[in-house]
Design a protein around this ligand. Sequence first.
Ligand code: GDP
Length: 361
Amino acid sequence: SLTIGIVGLPNVGKSTLFNALTKNDVLAANYPFATIEPNVGVVGVPDARLAKLASIFKSERILPATVDFVDIAGIVRGASEGEGLGNKFLANIRESDAICQVIRAFKDENVVHVDGKVSPKDDIETINTELILADLQTIEKVLPRLQKESRIKKDVAPKVKAVEEAKEILEKGDTLFSQGILQGSDRAELLHDLHLLTTKPFLYVFNVDEDELTDDTFKAEQRALVAPAEAIFLNAKLEQDLAELDEEDALELLESVGAEEPGLATLARVGFDTLGLQTYLTAGPKESRAWTIKKGATAPEAAGVIHTDFQKGFIKAEVISFADLVETGSVAEARAKGKARMEGKDYVMQDGDVVEFRFNV
Ligand code: GDP
């Protein structure tokens, strides 16, 4: 499955956040015999529709979609030159599908900042600089060879051009993701085998003091620092406390700080979206469940997520939109009212589709 790597400078609250994430581990809750890697937290993507489906279908259990977060220790200034855990760090990041940067905004004299002062802007720059330098090193290693090759093989020219363009962006101090280099062109394919770090989607977690959780001016300023990447605001210590409380007490604590949902829930949802994923739903007496697919997946591809045989033998998908199902109250009634659609192999799955697949075995 796709993973999000958590990175950040020392002492920004990564471990605290990660502890909260692993306490929320849905694998541990739903699959007691699953192997759980120590540096991976599997978090459920909150989806209120599942509870509604479970009540309609009298489901025994609810299974949300999940996002895997990987704790990547060790970014420090100089990581791109192999400082600290440099090389291991870069290899770990390379394996992640998106990068989640934890940025310290909380003020606490008892917690030392590596650079002596709390400055989200400087910290973001420090991390981005390391990632940019690592990408420039990669490019400097391959570009001369590619340029030489393109003198003999004409079809290498587009790749050389893409790499040169990437180099130019990086030399200006920008990440490739922020400049949208992979959008609307074949550059993604041309650059793929370089495994550049800054082409990955970024998202930012600001670890803030509790009173900043509801400070819209502050939040707008931080958002501006990281756009077009998404920003999430949470307090890591609060998240750790929330993860230890039962639902009722957690709600009370959330209310007391003026938050609508735990920061981890927001993080899971935004992370899921950043990875380019969406869900479709299935429901029955056994379980109501959200299944993970890539945005734009077709019905057979969606069936394949349940079982490869479902994809191979795909005939049709019976689709009812969640809204229609809730309005009609049952599958039978939805069918009677003409709200159940039979979709074929070219159908592109939509958010909120409740599906039953028909297939040959
Ligand atoms: P890491 O080095 O990034 O993994 O940071 P840690 O999670 O170990 O946190 C470093 C220190 O900051 C610890 O003493 C935490 O208790 C503290 N800390 C983490 N999050 C917060 C927070 O939101 N507010 C405050 N005041 N302290 C925090």
